[in-house]
Design a protein around this ligand. Structure first.
Ligand code: 6PG
Length: 250
């Protein structure tokens, strides 16, 4: 019996002229994909990234013209990772999303699934994993990921492959980056690679080397964690501003 070789699809790369047009492209994808799910009477499971890049996206989605196009009652919001801090902490990814979007959009509270950063890391990871299980281990419809200057994505960092990355949906990790909280909870490649659409949102010249290494560098998922993101059936899209994508042009 010949084994079935599933060839991963090549990523789609879009270069946008600036961070605002990048955010607009991402917002248009959220609107389009969520409306398609709702049209089929399906819930739409949206996973958000943390960090500063998605703030422009959240702000756009909160604006009346975009906000009214999203079928919020069908949307379930999750996070790709969370820092182990209380939701009220300025470093909380949930807290940032709440401030810029969830405090404004009419999403049912029960549709907001946050990793509880106030808990001990391992407890928070198991709790978040049980939330996903209680939701029926849905295939995430759209996962938005960022990329650090060092090439990390979610909380998957270069040089460290964590126990559980291929056997669990959520793990607790520790990593030092840009003075941000070191203890984190993150979706694993196993969870991310079961999704339908993964979209990397990357802006700024500081990310250009990490983008190049992830997309055009040697295949080394240990060094380049974005290379661990290979959805089994889903697609991968990179939305880059010109600065982040400048090394791809040469
Ligand atoms: C986090 C994020 C992380 C982020 C990148 C990029 O919790 O920090 O999930 O993976 O997406 O570090 O962050 P910026 O958008 O701030 O550059």
């Amino acid at each position: 019996m010949l084994g079935v070789m599933i060839m991963p699809k090549q990523p789609t790369i879009h270069l946008l002229s600036n961070p605002q047009s990048l955010a607009q492209a991402a917002a248009d994808m959220v609107v389009e994909f969520s409306r398609l799910s709702a049209a089929h009477k399906d819930d739409f499971h949206l996973v958000l990234s943390g960090g500063s890049t998605p703030i422009a996206l959240f702000t756009l989605l909160a604006e009346p013209e975009m906000r009214q196009r999203v079928p919020w009652s069908r949307v379930h919001v999750w996070w790709a990772d969370e820092r182990c801090v209380p939701a009220t902490d300025p470093e909380s990814n949930y807290g940032q999303t709440y401030a810029h979007l969830l405090s404004i959009a009419p999403i049912p509270p029960e549709n907001v699934h946050r990793a509880k950063g106030e808990l001990a890391p391992e407890v928070a990871a198991r709790d978040y994993e049980s939330q996903i299980a209680e939701a029926g281990n849905p295939y995430f419809d759209l996962i938005l990921l960022g990329l650090g200057n060092d090439g990390h994505t979610a909380s998957l960092f270069p040089g460290q492959v964590n126990e559980g990355e291929t056997t669990r949906r959520v793990i607790a990790v520790t990593a030092d980056y840009a003075g941000r909280p070191a203890n984190r909870v993150t979706l694993t490649p196993m969870a991310i690679n079961g999704s339908k659409h993964v979209v990397f949102l990357v802006a700024g010249a500081g990310k250009s080397q990490a983008v190049f290494d992830s997309l055009r560098g040697v295949h080394n998922p240990l060094a380049h964690p974005a290379q661990r993101i290979v959805p089994i059936y889903g697609s991968v899209t990179w939305l880059l501003d010109d600065a982040a994508g400048m090394m791809l042009r040469v």
